[in-house]
Design a protein around this ligand. Structure first.
Ligand code: HEC
Ligand code: HEC
Ligand code: HEC
Length: 434
């Protein structure tokens, strides 16, 4: 018994010491992943371009605010986190950051004083950035961005997420290996994989999250990567597998939607519009090809959609039978003029509702929001005109929107669950509060 007690005390002491070390021992910073020549100079123009690839503006610039002055609220399940000022202001920005400090923020989520950044800053993905890209970004933020004085608002978080050791433990469990390794030797595929996994941080929205809110997978080799996620109540659809719309698209279709927010099948709304507006529309032809080729590669093996035949829904809509249910009737009265009885719209003007990942998304928020408020596609360099769809909030009741949305989710080849009037009422209320 005595002996057992002694072991017990020793074991408890070891655990306690380990825990204290875990809380107080300084955190290691990940070193540069490759050694560049001592006189390495960032090639002209690459700083601004790398910033576009990594979309730092998405979170660090508020709507209408000064570039990179931070203060954008990011609502997460654990609380509200505000982005930092990353202009070169020495007091409130990152003007005093050394290159090593900057790398530690992007790789390890660490500030120079050793405090931990919340993973709302996507260092899970930026850990894959090459040293060349880190240098390009560092040079851009130190020399090309105008310094702005703006303090970061305090985050509003609950226990244990407001504890530094909580974040440290989280990182220990969630962070993958630093650096990038390509899965294929083909140059386009390797570049595409790098852009998607690293700077593009596509998985931050398009991959599911674990119970710990970490990205379920960080590399395309894992089938969970890009298998669909949630952002701001919307579904970020799967980009791979039989359930993704992409498996039926050509490489050209995918390039077009990243460059212009529209293609022959779909249109882009919600948070992805900001990705196109601030990031993907600036990508070079070569980088767009690389991403589209890589996504196509992830979809190889998924059966292509069957040849288009006249569906029962189309026959019903064309029959214009007066005894038709309310759902199809509402569609004929309000939507068919643009989206047609086929549900296939018109290439690059009216998106397809048959097979649309927004219509069949697990979360109906995007679909309800489109019907109530309508939408407009961003103006891009290649497609400056903004295509608009009108909102129907003023003429359709909550019941009617729910009936119409439920019809659409089962129409043509779509097959997803119904929408309730309560969900419509909630969204209508939250938009009128804004
Ligand atoms: C998805 C949103 C998001 C994106 C994209 C993003 N950041 Fe951040 N970043 C944040 C948030 C939020 C914080 C503050 C986190 C906190 O309070 O712990 C932050 C903090 C930082 C910090 C720490 C500054 C400090 O001392 O407080 C640096 C440096 C930084 N980001 C640089 C970048 C760079 C460079 C990019 C582009 C390569 C980028 N971020 C892209 C959300 C983002
Ligand atoms: C901030 C979150 C976010 C990030 C980051 C993001 N996406 Fe998206 N993406 C979305 C959402 C939400 C949608 C759904 C938009 C809609 O329903 O209209 C979407 C839609 C798409 C679509 C259309 C898919 C379909 O089925 O219609 C493609 C393609 C796409 N994203 C590719 C990418 C790529 C490639 C990246 C990385 C370079 C990326 N996304 C990064 C949120 C994001
Ligand atoms: C005047 C023409 C017009 C009418 C009428 C119209 N739409 Fe649209 N719709 C558009 C355009 C243009 C877009 C692309 C704009 C966007 O996505 O922001 C669009 C986009 C959509 C999308 C997003 C598709 C995607 O791939 O992201 C949905 C869903 C949708 N409409 C449903 C409806 C429904 C339901 C109705 C009837 C209540 C309707 N539309 C009526 C023109 C129209």
């Amino acid at each position: 018994m005595n002996r057992f007690f002694r072991y017990f005390v020793i074991a408890a002491a070891v655990v306690l010491l380990g825990f204290l070390a875990f809380i107080y021992a300084p955190v290691q910073r990940t070193p540069a992943q490759s050694l560049l020549a001592a006189d390495y100079a960032v090639p002209a123009g690459t700083g601004a371009y790398t910033m576009r690839l990594a979309d730092c503006a998405a979170c660090h610039t508020t709507e209408g605010g000064k570039p990179f002055a931070g203060g954008r609220a990011i609502i997460s399940p654990v609380g509200t986190i505000y982005s930092s000022n990353i202009t070169p202001d020495p007091e409130t920005g990152i003007g005093r950051y050394s290159l090593d400090d900057f790398r530690a923020a992007l790789y390890d989520g660490l500030r120079p004083d050793g405090t931990h950044l919340y993973p709302a800053m996507p260092y899970e993905n930026y850990r894959k950035l090459t040293e060349e890209d880190i240098r390009a970004l560092y040079s851009y933020f130190q020399t090309e961005v105008t310094a702005v004085t703006a303090s970061k608002p305090l985050n509003k978080l609950g226990f244990p997420f407001n504890q530094s050791w909580g974040l440290r433990a989280w990182k220990w469990l969630a962070l993958g290996k630093a650096g990038f390794t390509a899965s294929a030797s083909d140059a386009d595929l390797a570049r595409g994989q790098y852009l998607v996994e690293g700077p593009g941080h596509c998985g931050a929205c398009h991959s599911p999250r674990t119970a710990l809110m970490a990205q379920a997978a960080l590399s395309g080799d894992d089938p969970a990567f890009l298998s669909g996620g949630q952002i701001a109540g919307w579904t970020a659809p799967p980009l791979r597998g039989p359930k993704s719309a992409l498996h039926g698209w050509s490489i050209q279709d995918t390039k077009l939607i990243l460059a212009t927010a529209r293609n022959a099948h779909a249109a882009i709304n919600g948070e992805m519009q900001l990705v196109v507006r601030d990031s993907s529309q600036y990508m070079t032809e070569g980088d767009l090809t690389a991403i589209a080729t890589y996504l196509d590669h992830l979809n190889q093996g998924a059966a292509k959609p069957a040849a288009q035949v006249q569906t029962a829904t189309e026959k019903l809509l064309i029959s214009a039978d007066p005894a038709m249910d309310l759902g199809p009737r509402l569609y004929l009265d309000n939507c068919a003029a643009c989206h047609f009885a086929t549900g296939r719209g018109a290439d690059e003007v009216f998106p397809e509702l048959d097979g649309s990942s927004l219509v069949t998304a697990q979360s109906p928020t995007g679909l309800i929001s489109m019907i109530l408020r309508g939408g407009a596609l961003p103006s891009t360099a290649a497609r400056p005109e903004r295509l608009r769809m009108p909102g129907f909030a003023y003429r359709l009741s909550d019941d009617e929107v729910a009936t119409l949305a439920s019809f659409l989710r089962q129409a043509w080849t779509n097959d997803t669950g119904p929408v309730t009037a309560a969900a419509v009422a909630e969204l209508r209320k939250s938009t009128s509060d804004e």
